[in-house]
Design a protein around this ligand. Structure first.
Ligand code: FCB
Length: 446
């Protein structure tokens, strides 16, 4: 691996999310979220795992802050659990919930670590789900109300905000593919959910500006990169469509105020509609300060006759895979970033997630996760190339600080730089933790 230097001003950090690490699911007045309900339904999560205890970060704030400090990060991305702040989604405020995040945020600031706060990382209050969840337009307004409370409370302490994490997962994965809470398989509802998460984002940005909040606000869509399997027109078209289905469907409305025409056409042909109301695009496309990019994987795609709308078939590729069976495709990272610049201009970007699942044992108190280090090195290399190509990247948050509740896979898919023993909750930094420490110290790879 060649030497690579990032600017001294570049932010290095790690990412987590509330439901995946906090636990304490019934403590201090927290309401139930859709993930509490979903994970307790038999057969939804591998091994019947739930986030009831998770990494127990709710009770281990000081220990986790010390890990961040030792790692040397300049920024920490975490999320706030909406049902801790407003247990029923839209009613009374729970002061104890705010107090937990006070402890975390003040602890970060005391250590000189900037908080990068995600308002919504998938744990919708269950009472809102009972009214239709994200398929109900009102949920976007409930989000606006929740955002306003959190903005005011943390005014001047949190300077970097993300409205929604991975709206594709919030909508398509959860309402059409049934893999995440609430586990529905209704494409029309997914399109509604997708539109309403974007609307919630727009309402959040509008409020942020109206409240004269200091700092920056953005959104963190998931991205993937697909190449055509062959050079045929059909395969090239399928790859473009696939990229647009996942990535541009959420980025084009925010940065350009439109949905990608090719994809809308596909949905309309299938008899599906997007519930766009007058004025929605004005809200959704209000200027943001940065774009958060989550990137893990990509692949090759070929046009498959009779393909379903969401089932563009991926052909087998000879790429190496992580232990999550995701292709390891660092060039895809480069393509996502340079393509964004070409299509949407040079908006500041934070990499809000990138990392890999590899299952390595603890031996004599050590975890030698060499494959994670190789994955991260190759992705930093791609990132560095994109910076050299002029992409305006401001920071990189590795997913994740520690092994955690990996949604419908429970605890069997570790992504952490720190190993967590889910029996004892003991944290053990892996080899990748020391490796990342050096990257941070040297602003890149020596
Ligand atoms: C992303 C999620 C994050 C984590 C990683 C592995 O899709 O945003 O919470 O689960 O995948």
């Amino acid at each position: 691996m060649t030497q690579m230097q990032f600017p001294k001003s570049f932010y290095w950090g790690v990412s987590t999310s509330a439901y995946q690490i906090e636990g304490a699911s019934e403590e201090d007045g927290r309401g139930a979220s859709i993930w509490d309900v979903f994970s307790h339904q038999p057969g939804k999560v591998v091994g019947g795992d739930t986030g009831d205890i998770a990494c127990d970060s709710y009770h281990r704030v000081e220990e986790d802050l010390d890990l961040l400090d030792t790692l040397g990060v300049g920024m920490y991305r975490f999320s706030i659990a909406w049902p801790r702040i407003i247990p029923d989604g839209s009613g009374e405020i729970n002061r104890l919930g705010l107090a937990y995040y006070d402890q975390l945020v003040d602890g970060l600031l005391a250590k000189g670590i900037l908080p990068l706060c995600t308002l919504y990382h998938w744990d919708l209050p269950q009472s809102l789900q009972e009214k239709g969840g994200w398929a109900n337009r009102q949920t976007a307004f409930a989000f606006e109300h929740y955002a306003g409370i959190v903005f005011e409370h943390f005014r001047g302490r949190i300077m970097h905000w993300i409205t929604i994490n991975e709206p594709w997962c919030v909508s398509f994965l959860s309402y059409a593919l049934g893999q995440h809470a609430p586990g529905l398989t209704d494409l029309q509802a997914a399109l509604e959910a997708a539109h309403h998460t974007l609307l919630a984002h727009g309402l959040g940005v509008k409020l942020f500006r109206a409240m004269n909040m200091p700092g920056q606000i953005g959104i963190a869509p998931n991205t993937e990169w697909f190449e055509p399997e062959t050079d045929s027109i059909d395969d090239r078209e399928a790859a473009l469509r696939r990229n647009e289905f996942i990535t541009d469907w959420f980025i084009a409305p925010v940065l350009k105020g439109i949905y990608p025409a090719r994809v809308i056409e596909k949905y309309n042909q299938g008899g599906y509609t997007v519930p766009i109301k007058d004025g929605d695009f004005e809200l959704i496309s209000l200027p943001i300060d940065f774009l958060g990019i989550n990137y893990y994987t990509g692949g090759r795609v070929r046009s498959t006759p009779g393909e379903g709308i969401l089932e563009l078939q991926e052909t087998f590729t000879p790429m190496d895979k992580t232990d999550f069976h995701w292709n390891i495709y660092p060039d895809g990272f480069y393509h996502v970033l340079t393509d964004l610049k070409e299509k949407f201009g040079n908006i500041p970007i934070y990499i809000t997630e990138n990392g890999a699942c590899f299952i390595d044992p603890i031996v004599d108190g050590q975890v030698q996760d060499k494959r994670r280090i190789a994955y991260l090195e190759s992705h930093l290399d791609a990132l560095h190339r994109s910076v050299q190509a002029g992409v305006n990247v401001q920071g990189y948050m590795c997913w994740s600080l520690m092994d955690n509740f990996e949604w419908s896979f429970g605890y069997c898919k570790p992504f952490g730089l720190v190993h967590v023993d889910f029996q004892t909750l003991i944290r053990t930094p892996k080899a990748s933790f020391s490796w990342y420490q050096r990257v941070i110290r040297h602003h890149g790879l020596e």
